[in-house]
Write a protein that binds this ligand. Structure first.
Ligand code: SAM
Length: 282
């Protein structure tokens, strides 16, 4: 079946695969070339709105809940008392909204390099931005690697890196310098989590090197969690958590708010690795 102009496709060349979505009557709704990246918004037939950055699918109305819940709730429920949270990237504000559901949070600072991502999300994904005016929320527009360089020792309880892939502006967020500073600015028992790409495509590369570099930066323990994400390459995604000192604790089973994907059992199951990943990460 050859796809015509009624479809949006993202080819993942390294994996030799592509993912396509049938466009709705609106087709392309907006395109902005910011100083950092090209941001496009499409109307799709069955997934609602679609955000694309530099040709890569970022999120859709229909299924972003899986990613945003798994990037926020596992790390938040693993920390005993997450009061000060830093989000690097996350400009669509979906992760910020989930973080602010936790009653312990006193401040949630989101640092995205590109203000245009947030402005486009406010217009086309307002449901993701509904907590932006929460008095605990602080939205800053800066390079994440600069922010962590300048942040104070031991200030944060949790750092969530909701970045693009390790290319373009996102590349610096996968470096040892970045991890070293993240460890420095976390307090005792502080937790770090970063989106760590596809288990199928990246277990031997990005995921393995992220775990190695986090331990090289002095993090005491690492843990990769798996979850489905059909719009991303291979339809299978991950995030990798790290603890500043000691073993990553067991999560608190204390969810007091509504979610669509995350629950305690899903969290526990997401930590179980298939054999090929155990071997790749050994
Ligand atoms: N779910 C997406 C994924 O897994 O690819 C990520 C979503 S979010 C839109 C990615 C964000 O990372 C973008 O808003 C982008 O502007 C931001 N970003 C990229 N490089 C950055 C940097 N060096 N500092 C801060 N934010 C950065």
């Amino acid at each position: 079946m050859t796809l015509d102009s009624n479809w949006f496709s993202e080819a993942f060349n390294d994996g030799g695969s592509a993912f396509s979505m049938k466009l709705g009557p609106g087709k392309k709704l907006r395109e902005v070339q910011s100083p950092y990246q090209k941001i496009e918004i499409y109307d799709t037939e069955t997934f609602g709105k679609l955000m694309v950055i530099d040709g890569c699918i970022m999120l859709t109305t229909r299924d972003n809940f899986i990613y945003h819940e798994m990037m926020s709730h596992p790390v938040m429920f693993t920390h005993p008392n997450p009061e000060r949270v830093l989000i690097i990237g996350g400009g669509d504000c979906g992760t910020l909204r989930e973080v602010l559901k936790h009653p312990q949070v006193q401040t949630a600072t989101q640092v995205d390099i590109d203000e245009q991502v947030t402005r486009m999300s406010e217009q086309f994904f307002p449901e993701l931005c509904e907590s932006n005016n929460d008095k605990r929320a602080e939205l800053r527009f800066d390079d994440g690697i600069e922010w962590v360089r300048n942040a104070a020792d031991g200030y944060y309880d949790i750092i969530i890196v909701d970045s693009t892939d390790p290319v373009g502006p996102g590349e610096v967020l996968f470096t040892k310098e970045f991890f070293n500073n993240c460890k420095r600015i976390l307090g005792a028992g502080g937790l770090f989590v970063q989106q760590s790409e596809s288990p199928l495509y990246h277990s031997h590369s990005i995921i393995k090197s992220m775990q190695q570099n986090l331990r090289g930066a002095g993090f005491a323990d690492t843990q990769t969690l798996l979850f489905p994400q059909c719009v991303y390459p291979s339809g299978w995604w991950s995030c990798t958590m790290a603890c500043k000192n000691g073993k990553i604790p067991a999560p608190r089973n204390q969810k007091s708010f509504a979610t669509q994907y995350y629950n305690y059992e899903v969290h526990q199951a997401s930590k179980v690795l298939p054999e090929f990943m155990k071997n790749a990460l050994a």
